[in-house]
Design a protein around this ligand. Structure first.
Ligand code: URP
Ligand code: ZN
Ligand code: ZN
Ligand code: ZN
Length: 510
């Protein structure tokens, strides 16, 4: 557990945290296979002051450079997790992992950047951003922000402009579920989509029909189903499919790109597939739990075991996860997130008498890189270059920070992992780096291991040891108008010219 290393991420210096000579600003990673999304090569990687300077075979350096041997291993861009919730207040409690402990755990698992969701304060974006800027001060790895939109008025509309143009946020999430708290209606979603389009910002949706979920929850309680299984039964895949389809159609009507977060079901995935086939710019983000788990855990007779699987949209019946993996390997879905939102067993027990009060969320930030490798690369479903694309590069492209992030190229940030495909990993709450006492992947073992993580040019994970410094992570500003917007204006112009001129009508004189 992280607390064995450091006191809550605050107030400890380098000496206490065992920072070794590896904090050198010059690094040479020697003898490995460098993997980018577009190709892999045998090459050395030379790093100075946090930036990759050269990627070439046989780089020669002086004595002042720390050399890391990567012979027989893959040298890949650190993972980028597009979807996390650290230090989030939600459902009457707060996630156990904050920007320090959650990021440290992520680094131990080979993820070197994440994008977290700013939650507005009473709908107010700037206030929400100030709160999150404070939370993130203790960061030990680079991070960016998405912004949730929970109400609509002129002030919110203006604030969206400010956060895009001045604060480096280029994406907004709209919750179509969580009735009574975050949920928005179609009218707001339409206003939001139009505003996003005008700003070159990506609209993201949590796609579940919140009104129907509310109805489904009442139905379960009336039937006397109060345990965690009621969570899955109250919000079936059809409600995810409906909302996904609705959001996609509204985005088509506005002609703006759409990003569907946490795609958990075949129903939602097929809506995305259909739209993409028609040429619509829709991105689908499955998450680790949806790719690896099935809902059976929710029926575990032990409440603590069952409650740990509660998240929204729910983890689905077996069959959905395999279909989502196949959709990733065929390009129907584009990148893998986690929706890391961690509550411990005491917090999960808030819903011991009623599943509606179990805080929604599971872990994944530390586990994603290992489990995706084991389940998809080891099984031969995807190549090593695909792995880099799905866990890092595509996220950087979508959020417009490529090739600074998501690549091992001269000029890119030195966020790098050294991955040993011949080693192995094992997951347990007793050895993970999150502060939680539970882990939805408890007992999983597999092939491959992140042996070294380099973040911002510093070795932060090596020999199963973390060497993290709070405050060393940087905020990454993400500019608007990513590749997803290229050509949108031309399509709009064609649409306008296709409209026939207004018909002149004469008033009837009878
Ligand atoms: O259960 C979940 N997914 N918790 C986090 C909030 C969200 O909807 O992403
Ligand atoms: Zn700690
Ligand atoms: Zn969500
Ligand atoms: Zn989420």
């Amino acid at each position: 557990q992280l607390d064995q290393f450091c006191e809550d991420g605050i107030g400890f210096g380098e000496s206490q945290c065992g920072i070794s000579s590896r904090s050198s600003t010059k690094l040479l990673i020697k003898g490995g296979t460098v993997v980018n999304a577009h190709k892999q090569d045998n090459a050395d990687v030379y790093v100075e002051d946090g930036i990759i300077v050269a990627v070439e075979p046989n780089i020669k350096v002086g004595d002042d450079v720390t050399v890391v041997d990567a012979t027989g291993k893959f040298v890949m861009p650190g993972g980028i997790d597009p979807h996390t919730h650290l230090d989030m207040e939600f459902m009457g409690t707060e996630t156990v992992d904050d920007f320090f402990s959650g990021q440290a755990a992520a680094l131990a698992g080979g993820t070197t950047m994440h994008i977290d969701f700013v939650i507005p304060v009473n709908g107010n974006l700037m206030e929400g951003l100030e709160v999150y800027e404070k939370k993130a001060k203790k960061s030990c790895m680079d991070y960016g922000f998405h912004m949730a939109i929970t109400k609509w008025d002129e002030v919110v509309s203006k604030e969206m402009e400010t956060v895009v143009k001045e604060k480096g946020i280029n994406s907004f999430k709209f919750f179509m579920a969580y009735k009574g708290s975050f949920m928005i209606n179609d009218e707001l979603l339409l206003e939001g989509l139009k505003k996003c389009k005008s700003l070159g910002a990506l609209a993201m949706v949590h796609a579940e029909n919140g009104d129907a979920v509310y109805e489904g929850q009442k139905r379960m309680i009336e039937l006397g189903i109060t345990g965690p299984e009621g969570h899955a039964l109250s919000r079936p895949p059809v409600l995810e499919g409906e909302a996904t389809s609705r959001a996609i159609r509204l985005a088509a009507f506005v002609n703006t790109p759409l990003y569907v977060v946490h795609v958990m079901s075949i129903n939602a995935m097929e809506e995305i597939a259909k739209a993409r086939k028609l040429g619509q710019r829709v991105i689908g983000e499955p998450i680790l739990s949806g790719l690896l788990l099935d809902e059976s855990g929710l029926w575990d007779p032990d409440f603590t075991n069952a409650a740990k699987y509660v998240m929204s949209p729910p983890i689905r019946a077996s069959g959905h996860s395999k279909a989502l993996q196949a959709a990733l390997s065929t390009g129907v879905l584009q990148l893998i997130g986690t929706d890391n939102c961690v509550f411990n067993s005491t917090q999960k027990a808030l819903g011991v008498d009623d599943f509606r009060y179990i805080p929604n969320g599971v872990n994944g930030m530390e586990e994603r890189m290992h489990l995706v490798w084991d389940s998809m690369v080891e099984s031969g479903q995807i190549s090593v270059t695909d792995y880099v694309r799905l866990t890092s590069t595509e996220c950087a492209r979508i959020f417009n920070i490529y090739p600074r992030k998501g690549a091992i190229l001269a000029g890119s940030d030195a966020d790098i992992i050294i991955f040993n495909p011949n080693s192995s990993f094992e997951i347990s709450a007793s050895s993970h780096h999150s502060r939680s006492d539970i882990n939805v992947y408890e007992g999983r073992k597999g092939k491959g291991k992140v042996e070294v993580t380099i973040a911002g040019g510093r070795v932060v994970w090596e020999n199963d040891e973390l060497k993290v410094i709070p405050g060393s992570g940087k905020y990454v500003k993400m500019p608007p108008f990513s590749y997803l917007f290229h050509g949108i204006d031309k399509a709009d112009a064609l649409y306008l010219s296709s409209l026939r001129a207004p018909v002149k009508r004469f008033k009837s004189t009878t």
